[in-house]
Design a protein around this ligand. Structure first.
Ligand SMILES: Nc1ncnc2c1ncn2[C@@H]1O[C@H](COP(=O)(O)OP(=O)(O)OP(=O)(O)O)[C@@H](O)[C@H]1O
Length: 261
């Protein structure tokens, strides 16, 4: 774990509430994530983790709350605006372009940071061609970085499950995000893949990236995260280092009460 306690704040969200009909899915939830941290979001089934994640990444509009990304206020009103503002996410159910190659999938991520735009693409201007070559090169570097460089020309759908998750992470990194939000990255992985995932997330953090993680695998969260927030029935019942959170009686009760994960 990194000593990041006094590093600059990357994401600060406060007072998030979200109601679905009669159900208060989130009540006054807030987190502060600093540069270089891996921040974990855990809680029993139905606690509100996915809802919180979806609010931060622009999929759901909250009823209340304030948002700041790298010192700038931002409104997570739509997923593409959030990506542009600097939050890249992966999905619990992998969302890749199945028929495109691994390299092309990562290139798509990179395009939100490019300049030539549609006109350049249609007329294939010199600027566009040069930019495409640079994007392809960067995409290959990112594939190498996550450990699947040799599959650059394979269609995404032909990659193993673990490698598809790596590809999603490479695509997220391609947007040069302030924050990478990983939605249950270890879901469906076997023990070996989990160890490799842990190494990859550690590596990303050590490169001064910042990560928000929802994860059911409490062992992975506790071993990897610098700080953790625990939700239960839409309320934040604990926040702190993994060691502190593990000792917290409300947390123990919430997990035991529902059978835990
Ligand atoms: N779009 C929606 N419409 C209505 N209710 C919803 C919606 N999304 C989530 N909920 C409800 O909000 C509550 C929180 O759900 P959420 O999926 O955020 O929990 P979670 O902590 O991610 O759970 P899990 O660990 O099972 O994925 C649940 O009671 C859920 O049924």
């Amino acid at each position: 774990m990194a000593d990041t306690a006094d590093k600059e704040v990357v994401l600060k969200v406060a007072g998030i509430s979200k109601r679905f009909g009669g159900l208060q899915a989130l009540s006054d939830v807030g987190i502060t994530i600093r540069r270089g941290q891996v921040y974990g979001l855990i809680g029993p089934n139905g606690a509100g983790k996915t809802t919180f994640f979806n609010v931060i990444t622009g999929l759901y509009t909250p009823d209340a709350g304030s948002f700041e990304l790298a010192g700038q206020p931002y409104e997570p009103r739509a997923v593409h605006l959030v990506a542009k503002a600097g939050i890249a996410r992966t999905f619990q159910n992998i969302r890749l372009f199945a028929e495109m190659t691994a390299l092309e999938n990562v290139m798509v991520g990179r395009h939100i940071r490019t300049r030539s735009g549609l006109a350049g693409a249609i007329f294939r201007t010199k600027g566009f061609v040069q930019e495409e070559a640079a994007i392809a090169q960067r995409a290959q570097e990112l594939l190498d970085y996550v450990g699947i460089g040799k599959y650059a020309d394979y269609k995404a759908r032909t990659l193993s499950y673990g490698d598809q998750r790596r590809l999603e992470i490479a695509r997220a990194l391609a947007t040069d995000p302030q924050l990478i939000a990983l939605d249950e990255p270890a879901a469906g992985m076997n023990a070996t893949e989990k160890v490799q995932l842990r190494e990859l997330i550690d590596r990303i953090r050590n490169d001064d990236r910042t990560i928000l993680l929802i994860e059911h695998d409490v062992k992975l969260v506790m071993g990897l995260c610098d700080r953790v927030t625990v939700l239960d029935y839409g309320k934040q019942i604990a926040e702190g280092t993994p060691a502190d959170v593990q000792k917290n009686e409300k947390v123990i009760e919430a997990y035991l009460g529902t059978g835990g994960h």
